[in-house]
Design a protein around this ligand. Structure first.
Ligand code: ADP
Ligand code: ASP
Ligand code: MG
Length: 410
C-alpha cells in the first residue's frame, strides 16, 4: 500500500474549521487506499505568541525552557487533528516528537535531527492507523525536548518520510507551489512545476521561507520525493527533482528577498595580517553565522570591513565587535538593520555570462543603490536598503523575463 506523509503548515491548521478541512483531506487520501502519516505545525501565529510571552518574563529566555514552551504549539494541533479524525470514525493516534523517536542534538532552539527510530510510527501504520506527529520538535539523548528552528516542521516531515521510506512527502501550505518569486511580493510570479533540489537549496537559503533549508538538504541527500502544494485547492503543486527536466532551461529561475540579515561595519581597521581573524573568530565562537563579507582598502594602511549576520544575532555581534574594535584600534563600529538581500538564482547561470551586468543595470535604472555584492556559480546577491526590497524583486523579475504572461481581457 502506498505510504504518504502530509505536512500541514500554520495557516492550514489556523482554526478548528481549518483542522476539520485537513482531516477531510487526510481521510480522503486514506480512503483512496494509502497509508497516511500527518506532520503538523502549530496554528498560525502561535509560535510567535509563545515567544512574545516568554520575552515578557525576560529578554533572553533560557533556550531549553523556551523549547518546552514552543513545543506546546505543535502538541495542541496534533491532539486536535487526531481527535477530529477519531470523531469522523477514522483510526488515528497523535505522537509527540520524542514518541516518534525523533532524536536530535542538544542545540536548543535550532536542533538538528540525528536519527529517527520510527518503530512506533511503523507499528501504527501497519495496523492501518493514521499517525499524527507533532512537527518542529524532538528530544536529545537525555530526553530533553528540543525544537528544530523556525519553519522546522518541514524538516520533521522530510526526515520522517525518509525514515519510513514513504512514497511521497507532501508539504501543504498557503501557496500552491514554488514560484519564480514570493507571490506575496511579486504578483507576476509564475508557478514552477518542477524545481531541482540544488535550486531549491539556494532559494531556501536566500530567504524563501516556503521550505526550511534543512528540509531541502535532507531531501536532496536522501532523494526524498517532495511535492509542495496548497491545502486550499486540489491544484498540482511543485515537485522537487534531481535535475530540472525543462528542455529550455531558463538562465534565471527565480528572484528571492531576505530581510533577516543586518550589516556591521568596522571603520578604519589597521590593514595587517591576522586582523580578519581577530574580527571573525569571536563571532564564530559565539555561534553566529556570518554571511557576506567585503573589505575596502583605504589609503595609509587602513581598511573598512563590512559583514552581515542574522538579525537575531545582531545585538550580540555588535557587542562583540565593539570590544574587538577597541582591541585592534579600529576607529568606529556601526550597524544597519534596515537592509535586504536580493538574489537571482538558476542552474542555467553556470553557462551564461552577463547575468550580473543585467542585475546591476536593472537596479541602477530605478535608482537603487547596491550596498554589497556576492556571487556563486548559480546565484548573484545584492544587499540594498530594505525600503527598496520589493521594488528590486519586481524589476529584476521583469528584467529576467520571469513575469507571467498577461491574459488579454475577454
Ligand atoms: P507554512 O506555514 O505552511 O509552513 P510558510 O509561511 O512557512 O508556510 O511558507 C509559505 C510562504 O512562503 C508563502 O505564503 C509565500 O509568501 C512564501 N514564499 C517565499 N518565497 C516563495 C516562493 N518562491 N514560492 C512560493 N512561496 C514563497
Ligand atoms: N511552528 C514553528 C514555526 O512557526 C514550526 C513550523 O511552522 O514549521 O516556526
Ligand atoms: Mg513554514
Amino acid at each position: 500500500m502506498p505510504l504518504i506523509v502530509q505536512k500541514y503548515g500554520g495557516t492550514s491548521v489556523a482554526s478548528l474549521e481549518h483542522i476539520r478541512r485537513v482531516a477531510e483531506r487526510v481521510a480522503k487520501t486514506y480512503d483512496q487506499g494509502n497509508d497516511v502519516i500527518v506532520v503538523l505545525s502549530a496554528m498560525a501565529g502561535v509560535t510567535d505568541g509563545l515567544i512574545n510571552m516568554a520575552r515578557k518574563i525576560t529578554e533572553t529566555p533560557e533556550k531549553q525552557e523556551l523549547d518546552v514552551l514552543l513545543a506546546t504549539g505543535e502538541q495542541t494541533t496534533a491532539a486536535l487533528l487526531a481527535m477530529t479524525l477519531k470523531a469522523m470514525n477514522y483510526p488515528a493516534k497523535s505522537l509527540l516528537g520524542f514518541q516518534a523517536e525523533v532524536l536530535t542534538d542538544r542545540a536548543f532552539g535550532n536542533a538538528r535531527i540525528m536519527d529517527i527510530g520510527a518503530s512506533r510510527i511503523k507499528d501504527l501504520v501497519a495496523r492501518r492507523t493514521i499517525v499524527v506527529v507533532a512537527g518542529f520538535q524532538g528530544a536529545d539523548a537525555d530526553g530533553n525536548i528540543t525544537t528544530l528552528g523556525r519553519g522546522g516542521s518541514d524538516t520533521s516531515a522530510v526526515a520522517i518520510a525518509f525514515a519510513v521510506k514513504a512514497d511521497m512527502c507532501e508539504i501543504y501550505t498557503d501557496v500552491d507551489g514554488i514560484y519564480t518569486a514570493d507571490p506575496g511580493i511579486c504578483k507576476k510570479a509564475r508557478k514552477l512545476y518542477t524545481v531541482s533540489y540544488d535550486e531549491m537549496l539556494e532559494t531556501a537559503s536566500l530567504g524563501a521561507k516556503v521550505l526550511q533549508i534543512r528540509s531541502v538538504e535532507f531531501a536532496k541527500k536522501y532523494n526524498v520525493p517532495v511535492h509542495v502544494r496548497s491545502s486550499f485547492s486540489e491544484e498540482e503543486g511543485t515537485m522537487l527533482v534531481n535535475e530540472a527536466t525543462n528542455m529550455e532551461q531558463p538562465v534565471v529561475m527565480g528572484v528571492t528577498c531576505n530581510k533577516n540579515e543586518a550589516r556591521i561595519t568596522l571603520k578604519n581597521v589597521p590593514d595587517q595580517p591576522g586582523i580578519a581573524s581577530k574580527i571573525f573568530s569571536p563571532v564564530a565562537e559565539a555561534g553566529i553565522v556570518v554571511d557576506m563579507i567585503i573589505q575596502n582598502t583605504r589609503s595609509e594602511g587602513l581598511t573598512d570591513l563590512t559583514f552581515t549576520v542574522p538579525k537575531i544575532s545582531f545585538k550580540d555581534a555588535m557587542e562583540i565587535e565593539k570590544k574587538v574594535a577597541a582591541e585592534i584600534k579600529a576607529e568606529d563600529v556601526f550597524g544597519d538593520e534596515n537592509i535586504a538581500k536580493i538574489s537571482v538564482t538558476g542552474v542555467g547561470m553556470k553557462s551564461h555570462s552577463g547575468v550580473a551586468a543585467t542585475m546591476f543595470s536593472t537596479l541602477a535604472a530605478v535608482n537603487i543603490n547596491i550596498l554589497m555584492i556576492s556571487t556563486s556559480e548559480i546565484r548573484i546577491s545584492c544587499v540594498v536598503e530594505e525600503n527598496y526590497a520589493e521594488l528590486a524583486v519586481r524589476v529584476l523579475h521583469t528584467a529576467f523575463g520571469l513575469d507571467k504572461e498577461e491574459h488579454a481581457p475577454v
